[in-house]
Design a protein around this ligand. Sequence first.
Ligand code: TMP
Ligand code: ASP
Length: 245
Amino acid sequence: MSESNGTRPIKGELLHEGKAKRVFKTDHSDRYIQEFKNDATAFDGTKKGTIEGKGSVNCQVSTRMFRLLESKGVKTHFVDILSDNEMSILPVKIIKVEVVVRNIAAGSLVKVRGFKEGTKLDPTIVEWYLKDDSLHDPLLNDDHIHALGLANSHELANLKKDALKINGILSEFFASIGINLVDFKLEFGRRPDGKIILADEISPDTCRLWDRETGNKLDKDRFRFDLGNVEDAYQEILKRTSAIR
Ligand code: TMP
Ligand code: ASP
């Protein structure tokens, strides 16, 4: 979809401000605007900072990823990119389950589940986390999700199928630009008619991206763990993902 035919929505009331994005209503009842910020947080918001240019990189990279996924039949909330750091999106009610897909062991899999960093995972691991910083986004199983009324078993089975399909598409694309897609987090939302579509963002904030040759980390772990050259890593991902423009 494109807003280029004179239907560009006009920003209205601020609906929601998250740690990395703001969502606005617009003059169009079936459009919101998602604005990406340079603010960076980690560890449930306890570490705070700014990454210069991040809002712009994440908006553009997410645009490219959503367009790629749409071209392969994945329904997303993305409508159009409006500026460097703003996109128009379809309104959804976010499902409070963060879907994490892992191809290679890293992060919490190493810290709390006994995996060795860098181990290739077979099978690919799909995990559910409750989207609630005040509870530190705890790991959930299917029964927790059903009992909390967050999604039914049919919806959960589809979320897993969609997450694995998205993983196949993104892994192949990142491999083509010399990057291993180590793991990533997705959020889905419900449209007014109940249909579930991919929402939120896909960016160096929400993915672990390792250079295939050097193993260099090109993602938010540089900020989380003070690895230096944070801005350079984001710009490198912006540059390499331009391959699908
Ligand atoms: P983890 O290894 O810390 O559990 O993170 C798994 C993936 O999810 C990783 O790509 C980073 C991403 N992620 C988020 O996008 N938001 C979060 O709040 C957390 C904890 C991880
Ligand atoms: N975004 C999360 C936070 O601010 C965690 C993370 O990405 O590491 O707490």
